[in-house]
Design a protein around this ligand. Structure first.
Ligand code: ADP
Ligand code: MG
Length: 564
């Protein structure tokens, strides 16, 4: 037809398709989870848009997902009556990848199939996973609010290009039809499809319906009837009693809300009653997403009000330093028509956010206490983000500080495993302060000349080399009554750890070397504030020290690098 256009996939899509087909083949049944998940998202989006424009429902407000198969045509069709796609949206969403973290994802690929399969999973397999089992995919979609003749037909063989064409579609929503590759006929059966749905998509809140099958004695096989049957439980998972939910179900639900492929590290599920009533189901992923460092990236919390989906990415529900948390909050108190603007000023939301924050901190404390291995995994993935909280969340500063793990001279390895409590428990008799050094790499910290006197005296020093560490020590000045002290700042006051004899010696030396010091001062001029004899060094001839209230040398370097 004349309005049919052939367009090329974005280069990244081609690369992703190739990788996916090869590395996810052993997990091919997940295509159904992805397509059902999209159908469910599309219905959520319709509900959300319809809050302000109920005309979008037309005469069909009974949202559902339908799955059908055709043995003769060798096709499977996943249909929804959700928001649908316009022609332009089909081109944009099914022809390009517009996610944050795309660049990081492609640069992380290794060429090793098993490793890359993990990476793809983390990145999100989505719609393109259809091509694992299909050699042609046809999407016919009509966006809510558009006329029947404004529907779009998108079609592709999953190689380099696809076609789009305007077509007629009687009803709103999307039909995705997979034309199966040779050898994939196992999916052309009700029993098989239902078991995949129950395994991966049971938690979907909308009904997923299929035509009922019946045993036909004459033909000796299952035949399709006209009767519909709902395959999933179709009630919100978080509303069920904890004891009625299996770990598997929690995990599958996580994959849906987080768009992740791997199991979560931990979760917490609770119903909060009292001044505010809400249910929270919050997860900690096992790995950092590709856009963790993008502070504008999607946030992971979906907001529901009395089980009606309100919005994705409700950033007011979690502080920024918990942007790795994924999950659902379902409020009983908020109005159904809440908007992002209302959320920003809502006292209810403030209450929910502090409740959720405390819940996550509690879950982390529990892991740190009872499952050190998992906590270490969490710390490796998200520790640097959690540290931001020390400056961001005054109310929970002490709790967050307790969760932080550092590298230190105790192990002298870059692994961050030492808590402030561990440090305090190992403090020397007479030691009053928690000592640390900051540098831009672990090795620079470990080899800092400022440590010499501490190593000699056997005093542990925390070795800080994450970018965020300057921020941490800028906001965390003490822990459990112990002052945090940079070893590179001020006149080193070791209190009762000091050796009187050494101090005398240094004072004597200061007199003896007065001429030398004057010469050094004169030649350095304005570059330094002062030149002093020190007893903090044992091997190095000299080191740079900042004044107690000046920025540290490391911070000054960071600021300079940032152009300030
Ligand atoms: P994701 O779901 O993580 O956004 P997908 O690859 O699964 O990524 O889907 C890409 C996009 O295609 C979706 O964000 C959505 O805009 C669009 N899309 C996919 N399936 C549907 C559908 N059934 N109805 C409407 N839009 C859809
Ligand atoms: Mg998806």
């Amino acid at each position: 037809t004349q309005n049919r256009e052939t367009l090329g996939f974005q280069a990244e899509v081609k690369q992703l398709l190739q990788l996916m087909i090869h590395s996810l083949y052993s997990n091919k049944e997940i295509f159904l989870r992805e397509l059902v998940s999209n159908a469910s998202d599309a219905c959520d989006k319709l509900r959300f848009e319809a809050l302000n424009n109920s005309a979008l429902y037309g005469d069909d407000s009974d949202l559902k997902i339908r799955i059908a198969f055709d043995k003769d045509a060798r096709t499977i069709t996943i249909s929804d009556n959700g928001i649908g796609l316009s022609r332009d949206e089909a081109v944009e969403h099914l022809g390009t990848i517009a996610k944050s973290g795309t660049k990081e994802f492609f640069s992380a690929l290794t060429g090793d199939q098993a490793k890359d399969a993990h990476l793809i999973g983390q990145f999100g397999v989505g719609f393109y996973s259809s091509f694992i089992i299909a050699d042609k995919v046809t999407v016919v979609s009509r966006r809510a609010g558009l006329e029947a003749n404004q529907a779009v037909c998108w079609e592709s063989g999953g190689e380099g290009d696809y076609t789009v064409e305007m077509v007629e579609k009687a009803s709103r929503g999307t039909d995705v039809t997979l034309h199966l590759r040779d050898g994939e006929d196992e999916f052309l059966g009700g029993w098989k499809l239902k078991s995949i749905i129950r395994k991966y998509s049971d938690h979907i809140t909308l009904p997923i319906v299929m035509k009922k099958e019946e045993w036909n004695q004459e033909k000796g096989e299952q035949v399709m009837t006209e009767e519909d049957e709902t395959v999933n439980q179709a009630n919100a998972l978080w509303v069920r009693a904890k004891s009625d939910i299996t770990d598997e179900q929690y995990k599958e639900f996580y994959k849906h809300v987080a768009h992740d492929f791997e199991d979560p590290l931990a979760w917490t599920h609770a119903r909060v009653e009292g001044k505010q009533e809400y249910t929270q189901l919050l997860y900690i992923p096992a790995r950092a997403p590709f856009d963790l460092w993008d502070r504008n990236a999607r946030h992971g919390i979906k907001l529901y009000v009395r089980r009606v989906f309100i919005m994705d990415d409700a950033e007011q529900l979690m502080p920024l330093y918990m942007r790795f948390v994924r999950g659902v909050v379902d409020s009983s108190d908020l109005p159904l028509n809440v908007s992002r603007e209302i959320l920003q000023q809502s006292k209810d939301i403030d209450g929910i956010r502090s409740g959720c924050t405390r819940k996550v901190l509690g879950m982390l404390e529990d892991l740190a206490e009872n499952d050190k291995e998992k906590y270490a995994q969490f710390w490796t993935a998200f520790g640097a983000v959690l540290k931001e909280g020390v400056g961001e969340d005054f109310a929970n500063k002490e709790k967050i500080a307790g969760l932080i793990r550092f590298a230190s001279t105790h192990n002298d390895t870059p692994e961050q495993t030492v808590s402030l409590a561990d440090y305090i428990a190992r403090m020397k008799e007479g030691q009053e302060k928690i000592y640390f050094v900051t540098a831009d790499t672990f090795n620079a910290a470990k080899n800092s000349p400022h440590l010499e006197i501490f190593r000699k005296k056997g005093i542990e020093v925390l070795l800080l080399s994450d970018r965020v560490d300057e921020w941490v020590v800028g906001h965390l000045t003490e822990f459990e009554g112990k002052h945090l002290q940079s070893v590179a700042k001020g006149g080193l006051d070791l209190g009762s750890l000091e050796d009187e004899a050494e101090k005398k010696e240094a004072e004597k030396a200061a007199d003896e070397y007065k001429d030398l010091i004057d010469k050094v001062k004169a030649s350095l001029g304005d570059k330094v504030k002062d030149v002093r004899v020190t007893y903090r060094l044992t091997d190095s001839p000299s080191c740079l020290v900042s004044d107690e209230h000046d920025p540290s040398g490391n911070l000054a370097r960071l600021l300079k690098a940032a152009g300030q």
